[in-house]
Design a protein around this ligand. Structure first.
Ligand code: AVJ
Length: 322
């Protein structure tokens, strides 16, 4: 790969290199794709917060209702004297529900790719939970990372809410769960939020909101590439598309090129045909059975499950199989 020198300078900066590499790789692939984990820059994180409050977007409300009602039951699965390790913590709003219900938690380890958000949230948590050891880890949890040494003597409970696992391809979800089993160790518990297969109209509406926030969230990925990698995407030449792929039990999000066009990205010329799409996200939906099979294949045993009154969402309790 030949890279112009202005851009090569950025490549040496760790923060940009993985992003640049993934963007170039995705936009030169066929079909074109971009990884959904890059939605969450500052603008994207705010847009996602907005999404969670939309009338059509039920997952956050459903999961919060489940945690509000059942966090004490989840906490009863935890070993005595536990470290709660959250994968992709964001605002830690859901972790607070767990912490409030789980007196056995002695340490909280939020793992997040955004170190800025982590530090500020850790400060607030220390203030609100003075007896809790708050030990943030700035890492991409889809890669290997190390837990803080100071929790060596504690039991382990992993926490992966939000149906973030639905962003992974099935083989990646299995790899994540295997990796979590290895990192958390013997006797660990893992609490995972999954979005359930349901009426197609409800599913598609959740990703095609009337206010157009999801469209802005999707398009922000191109704006971010413009900002951080000096690309020249014209956002008005793309439209948001989201539909349910029934065969694969997933919502797919795409950015559709409205016209035939050329875009400069990181010194490369990317050509898009009229109606050609960039596949930006998969959001897999599960049944208790399909998720159970995935968990078992990755070394976990399902031991409990909780749902909301509508049966839209499920929080699964898993135990590491020996
Ligand atoms: C954060 C991955 C759970 O898949 O529902 C929301 C992201 N994308 N609207 C989801 C998202 C479009 C969300 N997850």
């Amino acid at each position: 790969m030949r890279i112009p020198s202005v851009v090569a300078r950025h490549l040496s900066e760790d923060r940009y290199s993985a992003f640049a590499r993934d963007v170039i790789e995705g936009l030169t692939a066929r079909p074109k794709r971009l990884p959904p984990k890059y939605f969450y820059d500052e603008a994207g994180s705010h847009l996602f917060e907005e999404i969670t409050a939309l009338p059509e977007y039920y997952p956050t409300r459903s999961e919060l209702a489940i945690l509000g009602a059942h966090a004490p039951d989840m906490a009863r699965l935890f070993p005595a004297q536990t470290a709660l390790i959250e994968f992709g913590s964001g605002s830690s709003r859901k972790a607070r529900l767990m912490l409030d219900a789980a007196p056995s938690v002695a340490a909280y380890v939020p793992v997040d790719i955004s170190s800025k958000w982590l530090a500020a949230e850790a400060e607030r948590l220390r203030r609100d939970y003075p007896h809790l050891a708050v030990l943030p880890v700035a890492a991409d949890f889809t890669h290997d990372f190390r837990l803080p040494r100071s929790i060596a003597a504690l039991g382990r409970a992993g926490f992966f809410p939000g149906s973030t696992i639905g962003n992974f391809e099935p083989h990646q979800a299995r790899a994540f769960l295997q990796n979590a089993a290895r990192i958390l160790g013997e006797g660990a518990i893992l609490i995972v939020g999954i979005d359930l297969v349901k009426d197609e109209g409800l599913l598609t509406a959740a990703y095609n909101d009337a206010a157009g926030v999801t469209a802005r969230f999707n398009l922000n990925l191109l704006a971010r590439i413009n900002r951080e990698l000096g690309a020249d995407f014209d956002l008005s030449r793309f439209s948001h598309q989201a539909f349910y792929n029934r065969e694969r039990s997933r919502i797919e999000m795409h950015l559709v090129s409205r016209v035939r066009q050329k875009v400069r990205v990181y010194g490369r010329l990317i050509e898009l045909g009229e109606c050609e799409t960039i596949h930006t996200e998969n959001s897999y939906k599960f049944t208790a059975e399909s998720f159970g099979a995935l968990a078992r294949a990755a070394g976990w045993t399902p031991v409990a499950a909780w749902s909301d009154a509508d049966g839209y969402f499920s929080v699964q309790g898993l135990r590491a199989a020996k």
